[in-house]
Design a protein around this ligand. Structure first.
Ligand code: ZN
Length: 277
């Protein structure tokens, strides 16, 4: 069954990185101008900015801060590097709290030359180590499984089953999953695992964009919804039937779209959101 078409922007959230050329103020002004409802803030876009002030600015334009991207990168061969990753994630949680973001998205990490199983052990240890800080600050954590093409150095969590298994093992109300169609659309078990994730009440976020053919760059050539082959509306129907009623977050890394006029791009996003999400 397909989800019903979207005819309002009340659940449209856009990641600041989608409009990388814009400052946070330009993001705030332009999102408000076209009626975007939510924003997910990337850590790079806060550099040099007081997170409390950034939060005030975004909320003053009527935007809800949906999440903060990103923490993670827990695995390392060296124990001291794993310790600094934990410290850095605690700082990320503090920044999210100051910003007023209820969720930190985790790109969990991986180390070339170290087994994925070992990296996953270190990911669980890392998340457990930062959980007290997350609880203290009231900030939840979302494990985002990444496409297997990033298994070498970005994430040892590469499908939704693995993310669900880790959530079960960690067993905390503060740890769930970010379901991103770009990373997961290919998985024959996707529907089953989305429904399982829903039963566990672990769907914390839903990210959308599209997979272009051909994809010219593994990281920086994501497509606008409708530009590629992902059945976004069908996947959204599984997510919603599983009890998730949060934002649809548009997260597009694209050198091509970053090189163009950002106001035009934002108009295209709104159009694509209504037509293809
Ligand atoms: Zn994502």
């Amino acid at each position: 069954m397909k989800a019903t078409p979207i005819n309002s922007l009340s659940k449209l959230c856009i990641h600041t990185i989608t409009h990388k050329p814009w400052s946070l103020r330009e993001v705030a002004d332009n999102f408000a101008r076209v009626g975007v409802s939510g924003v997910t803030v990337w850590r790079d876009d806060l550099a040099g900015t007081n997170p409390v002030e950034a939060g005030k600015l975004l909320r003053s334009r009527g935007l809800e801060i949906v999440s903060y991207c990103r923490g993670g990168f827990f695995p390392a061969k060296d124990a001291s590097d794993r310790k600094s990753a934990i410290y850095d994630n605690e700082r990320t949680i503090d920044e999210a709290a100051a910003l007023g973001a209820p969720l930190v998205v985790l790109v969990c990490g991986a180390v070339p030359g170290q087994s994925l199983a070992q990296s996953r052990r270190q990911i669980v240890d890392g998340i457990n180590a930062v959980l007290p800080r997350a609880k203290e600050k009231g900030v939840k954590l979302a494990i985002e499984p990444l496409h297997p093409m990033y298994a070498d150095d970005r994430s040892a969590v590469n499908d939704l089953k693995t993310a669900n298994d880790l959530c079960e093992e960690i067993n905390s109300d503060y740890v769930g999953v970010a379901v991103d169609v770009y990373h997961l659309w290919w998985d024959p078990r996707l529907e089953v695992e989305i429904r399982r994730c829903g039963r566990m009440k672990k769907i914390f976020a839903f990210h959308i964009c599209d997979w272009k053919t051909p994809t010219e760059h593994l990281l920086l050539d994501r497509g606008l919804m409708g530009e590629g082959c992902i059945p976004i509306r069908e996947i959204r129907s599984w997510v919603e039937e599983s009890g998730f009623h949060g934002y649809n977050e548009v997260e597009i890394f694209s050198e091509k779209h970053w090189a163009g006029d950002q106001r035009d791009f934002l108009d295209q996003i709104v159009h694509a959101y209504r037509e293809h999400s």
